[in-house]
Design a protein around this ligand. Structure first.
Ligand SMILES: [Mn+2]
Length: 319
């Protein structure tokens, strides 16, 4: 029988599978990717009767792969906090799915493991930007401020590593991170014994510095636009840089255009002081989608820029 661990390559996916494999060691084939590779189960070739552990990818988006796996006689255990859609009833499927907005996959797993590797869960919560949950858990356990700061740094840096259009854009393959992380029951030991954290931090800072050097086209008090070049650093940092600008200028909506070979991708952020309808702006374009606060357009062309600016102005001007 073959065992597969299938998990998102971001901090939550990695910390989730780390907790599970520390608790239940098992030889497995690792299937992971960049954060945006969220259809991992649909795209994997499984052997019949395998055991699958799936962490931090949506069941809804992977229903095809799940159905196929169950038909092949595989057993599947699923841990996640994304929208799942209707969960198929099958004797070989066990799910631990909770879409409570204060939970991430690693917090769900932590609860099942009774805080056994809770520091890893806190790393994940910071990585998934669930600061309140992370701080609350740390406070409940009386974890020192110094330790919390390190766990937060680690979570944000592992999360940063997962951004990019494809695996080649990433500094570390998440599979490599997974193999390193599972050697440590305790993330503070990983930080003490490896140079992973300072290395990621340096890359993170370098990417941010490059982004900050790019001119910001301030359309008016409520709308600003940035165009990042076709480069790996742009693809790694565009979303995090959009968040940074949004924190810095809370009255302003932001659109970050990242050049690619045949146009642009777009990250949109609603103003923090008016955090609505970013997805509405994005949906004006064919490949747009997202949430109220953060949305995106997969494929965008330069001649649509005026349209986008008009939509942003219409949505956010004088509100
Ligand atoms: Mn997550």
């Amino acid at each position: 029988m073959n065992n597969f661990d299938i998990f998102n390559g971001d901090a939550d996916g990695l910390c989730g599978i780390t907790q599970l494999r520390l608790a239940y060691p098992r030889q497995t084939t690792l299937i992971t990717g960049a954060k945006r590779d969220n259809m991992l189960l649909n795209n994997v070739v499984l052997s019949d009767n395998s055991q699958l552990t799936v962490v931090d990818i949506s069941l809804h988006s992977n229903l095809l792969g799940l159905t196929r796996a169950l038909n092949q006689g595989c057993s599947v255990e699923w841990f996640d906090h994304h929208h799942s859609g209707a969960i198929p009833e099958h004797p070989n499927l066990v799910t631990h799915i909770d879409t409570d907005p204060t939970l991430c996959s690693s917090l769900i797993i932590n609860k099942l493991l009774n805080n056994r590797f809770v520091h890893w869960a806190i790393v994940a919560a910071f990585g998934d930007n669930m600061q309140d949950s992370a701080y609350a858990l740390a406070a409940a356990l009386g974890i020192s401020q110094v330790t919390v700061d390190v766990l937060k740094d680690l979570g944000m840096c592992i999360n940063y590593n997962s951004y990019g259009a494809c695996i080649e854009d990433l500094h570390y393959h998440p599979q490599e991170l997974c193999e390193v992380m599972r050697q440590f029951n305790e993330p503070m030991s990983l930080v003490a014994e490896t140079d992973l954290l300072p290395t990621l931090k340096e890359h993170y800072e370098a990417d941010l510095t490059s982004a900050r050097r790019t001119p910001v086209n301030v359309i008016n008090e409520y709308v600003a636009l940035v165009i990042l070049p076709n480069s790996k650093w742009s693809r790694r940092i565009n979303g995090l840089y959009a968040n940074e600008l949004s924190n810095q200028f809370p009255n302003r909506a932001h659109a970050i255009l990242t050049e690619k070979n045949d146009g642009y991708t777009v990250n949109i952020r609603a103003p923090q002081n008016n955090p609505l309808n970013a997805h509405r702006v994005a949906l004006k374009f064919e490949t747009g989608g997202g949430r109220h606060t953060a949305a995106g357009i997969q494929h965008f062309t330069a001649d649509q820029t005026n349209n986008l600016v008009d939509e942003l102005k219409r949505q956010y001007f004088l509100q």
